[in-house]
Write a protein that binds this ligand. Structure first.
Ligand code: FNR
Length: 418
């Protein structure tokens, strides 16, 4: 309401209050590579468009004269009361946009009380981000490594640095086909961006030492991996093409493939995932689920929650919109299981629609990255504050007092309310 009053009094806000303007301004402030990386999606972009179309297909049917003068937006997740049903989705290699990205995002998140899900492909060691966030809520996102001891090491660190939950991302056992990045020859781990959780990890260092122990080759040190990635980048600039194509040169190949082999596991299965509960005491969510049968399997594997997501349309081109997947996932897991939805959430109305269709909370990705591009941590904070203000206003205007009032009855997909 402060933002709203400032607007009424003629003061322009620090970051634009609607997504379209936010995106346009952020693009102008970003390098071509950063823009391609953040805004880009898989293939033709069909999934990104489907995400938006799904939100637009549902209409709110406001109810009048509810008698409420204020709203309570809070939700409880895993025993912690959160001020709003919002989280910041994990974003790897965010330093493509701004140096020390994760620390700035962490500070911005802390200023709002919205949990920040730290990416496994983060740009600062999770301990540094935790230190910058104080007691503010944070979760840790894990990519399941081919090395189980690395999984355990990352989980120990997440627990020790105060994570409230761990999110295991299932949809990115391989990177999707991302033409915007590929056409620029811009690789996700370019210049070593996005591997700080690894290079700061004792088990990762050990693996690199083991795998590069051959004295005829390179010295066992993480610098080898970083150096090889830099080499790979320069090769890719000369020969734009897929990541694997860029590895044809024998020199950097061994060390780079070490890193690529380790960070995720294309052979990941439910049996392996089911070991997660014996590996950590933290609540576990599986992220990237859009099929009700996978949601059931997740529950069988011990999930304490699910993130319904298609990775912001960055993985499978032509995939189902995340909002369209939500009702069947909710029906499959029943009422009690916490569900977070992401992919395409851009406004307060979108949050309302996602909650009405069965989510307990939503996560945003690109919007806060645009805030980061425009104004660092303060930009992240303001993007969240704008979204919260719009959510609060929308709830008030449709006659909802708490998030429990957001049920399917407030929506229609038809031209008229029934
Ligand atoms: C992501 N996403 C992501 N997810 C994840 O589990 N680990 C990660 O490291 C990343 N990295 C990442 C980088 C960038 C630049 C983007 C845009 C996204 C996916 C992210 O967590 C989330 O699912 C989507 O961003 C949500 O969609 P919107 O809000 O961006 O449409």
């Amino acid at each position: 309401s402060l933002i709203y009053r400032a607007g009424v009094l003629g003061r322009a806000p620090q970051v634009p209050t609607d997504f379209a303007t936010l995106e346009t301004r952020a693009r102008a402030a970003m390098s071509a590579r950063a823009w391609a990386y953040v805004a880009g999606g898989a293939g033709s972009g069909a999934t990104m468009r489907a995400n938006r179309a799904a939100f637009e297909r549902h209409a709110l049917v406001p109810r009048m004269a509810s008698g409420h003068v204020s709203r309570d937006l809070s939700v409880e997740l895993f025993g912690r009361r959160l001020p709003t049903p919002l989280l910041l989705a994990p974003i790897g290699a965010a330093a493509m946009v701004r140096a020390d990205s994760d620390v700035h995002i962490g500070r911005g998140a802390a200023a709002t009380g919205v949990p920040y899900i730290l990416s496994n492909q983060g740009c600062s060691p999770m301990e540094d981000v935790a230190a910058a966030m104080g007691d503010a809520p944070r979760w840790f996102q894990l990519y399941w490594s081919t090395d189980d001891a690395l999984v355990d090491s990352l989980l120990r660190r997440a627990e020790a640095s105060g994570a409230d939950a761990v999110v295991v991302t299932l949809d990115t056992t391989m990177l999707g086909w991302r033409p915007q990045d590929l056409n620029l020859g811009s690789l996700p781990f370019s210049q070593g961006i996005g591997i700080a959780q690894y290079t700061s990890d004792p088990r990762f260092r050990e693996i690199v030492r083991e795998r590069t122990a051959d004295p005829g080759r390179a010295k066992g040190d993480v610098e080898v991996t970083l150096g090889a990635i830099r080499t790979m980048l320069s090769i890719s600039r000369e020969h734009p093409g897929s990541l694997r194509d860029n590895l044809r040169s024998p020199e950097p190949r061994a060390a780079v493939e070490t890193f690529l082999d380790i960070y995720s596991n294309p052979g990941l299965d439910w049996e392996t995932l089911a070991t997660i509960k014996s590996r950590t005491s933290l609540p576990v969510l599986f992220k990237g689920i859009v099929h009700p049968d996978d949601a059931r399997r997740a529950v069988e594997a011990g999930a304490d929650g699910i993130v319904v997501s298609n990775h912001g349309g960055r993985q499978v081109d032509g995939a189902i919109a995340s909002l369209d997947a939500l009702p069947a996932v909710r029906a499959a897991v029943g009422e009690g299981m916490p569900l977070v939805l992401d992919s395409g959430v851009r406004s307060g109305a979108d949050v309302v629609k996602a909650l009405a269709l069965g989510a307990d909370a939503v996560a945003i990705g690109r919007p806060y990255m645009y805030g980061l591009a425009l104004a660092g941590g303060a930009g992240v904070r303001d993007v969240v504050a704008n979204l919260v203000a719009e959510l609060d206003l929308t709830m008030g205007l449709i006659g909802a007092e708490t998030v429990d009032d957001l049920t399917p009855e407030i929506l229609t997909t038809g031209p008229a309310a029934g």
